[in-house]
Ligand binder design. Structure first.
Ligand code: SAH
Length: 370
């Protein structure tokens, strides 16, 4: 009889591209039991074993099949920078030669890893430097979970990654399947075992994907709001033209239904003279009263060829006090890793732009801010 484990010559599989469910299906297709998935995850993530020969609870023919047809690969750290506040930024080389960036932010009692989801970004938010890079491609699951693996290996046992935020380069909801599989892996008991409260996905508001996410993956949600009027948001976060505020807030309310005490974090970059007036603050109160919300004000981080300025400390504090007084829990995000360009919106990597949109974007950013 022909063995189901006969080598498939056409394609080799990176097993880091699969979450547990995906691996189980992979093994079932080979005529194996689904629990092989758990065994493999334990070897890889708990024992740190990548040599299939050493995975002794798998049968010899299975080990031989895996050796022949499968491999385990992550992107590689090629540059490491450490900021004066301890924030680490790594440039990671992907198999296609482009580079992505990953940031580790140490804090008292926790360590947060900011993970990229795409090489560059296909959206054109005018205040974000990743947008200026243009877009190359979606990251694979192995390249997303790979950032967590290489970062934790590099940090060693003393600094543990306790939280992951999908807030690096790219729009995670435009790389839905790979991002969801990677987040499933982060939360899997046999891998990193992070709780759903410690894995956050941030989106600029890809409304249909937000509904899908609510259906299939229970993680914390952050929404990049940045404006309370459609005319201004159309300009700052152009995807708003497709999915305006009313639809965005409806999708947020749908997500909030997952659990009774769930809150959604709204991110709001503070741009001097653009979105930081008291009218804007009042607009925020009105909008955020319609959903269980927390507000995180982000001081704008500057980057070259951009005419926006950060709101003054006084303006940010006035905004914060007004919102807190109005009953919206509001915090100001501490800027971290500024001296190595590791702060929000400063991640650029090295992107061969396939969208050819980056030149046009630079102009739009400069024009709309003056
Ligand atoms: N594309 C997703 C994930 C990126 S998260 C999203 O838009 O949510 C990065 C966060 O930093 C987003 O809230 C983004 O709007 C914000 N950001 C981008 N550029 C920034 C800048 N120059 N200064 C401060 N925050 C910025």
């Amino acid at each position: 009889m022909k063995s189901v484990l006969e080598p498939v010559k056409t394609e080799r599989f990176n097993l880091l591209d699969y979450d547990r469910k995906g691996l189980a299906a992979f093994f079932v297709a080979l005529g194996e039991k689904p629990f092989r998935a758990t065994q493999l995850l334990k070897w890889i993530y708990q024992e740190g074993v990548s040599d299939f020969d050493l995975m002794t609870n798998l049968s010899k023919p299975l080990r031989a099949y895996l050796k022949e047809n499968c491999y385990l690969a992550t992107p590689e750290i090629v540059v490491e920078q450490i900021a004066s506040d301890g924030t680490c930024k790594w440039a990671l080389q992907t198999s296609c030669g482009n580079r992505i960036e990953t940031v580790f932010i140490p804090e008292e009692g926790r360590g947060t890893l900011c993970v990229s989801s795409q090489i560059g970004c296909a959206l054109a938010c005018t205040f974000c430097s990743t947008a200026q890079q243009g877009f190359n491609r979606n990251l694979k699951t192995s390249e997303i979970i790979g950032q967590v693996i290489v970062a934790q290996n590099r940090l060693g046992d003393t600094k543990k990654i306790t939280n992951v935020v999908m807030m690096g380069m790219g729009e995670p909801l435009l790389n839905f399947d790979n991002v969801v599989a990677a987040m499933n892996l982060m939360m899997d008991d046999f891998t990193f075992g992070l709780s759903k409260r410690r894995v956050t996905i941030s989106t600029s508001g890809v409304v249909p994907a937000m509904y899908r996410l609510t259906e299939v993956c229970d993680v914390s949600l952050a929404v990049s709001l940045h404006a309370v009027r459609d005319d201004l948001r159309d300009e700052l976060v152009p995807i708003n033209k497709k999915y305006p505020l009313k639809e965005l807030m409806e999708a947020c309310r749908d997500n909030a239904k997952i659990a009774p005490r769930r809150t959604i974090t709204f991110e709001y970059v503070m741009l001097d003279g653009i979105n930081d007036s008291m009218d804007d603050a009042r607009g925020l109160v009105k909008l955020l009263k319609t959903v269980p919300a927390k507000l995180n004000l982000i001081p704008f981080n500057p980057f070259p060829n951009n005419a926006y300025r950060c709101s003054s400390k006084e303006a940010i504090n006035r905004f914060k006090t007004f919102l807190n007084d109005a009953g919206i829990v509001t915090t100001v995000r501490k800027t971290r890793g500024e001296d190595i360009d590791a702060a929000c919106g400063q991640l650029v990597g090295q992107v061969e732009d396939k969208s050819r949109r980056h030149l046009k974007l630079k102009l739009v950013g400069a024009e709309s801010a003056v």
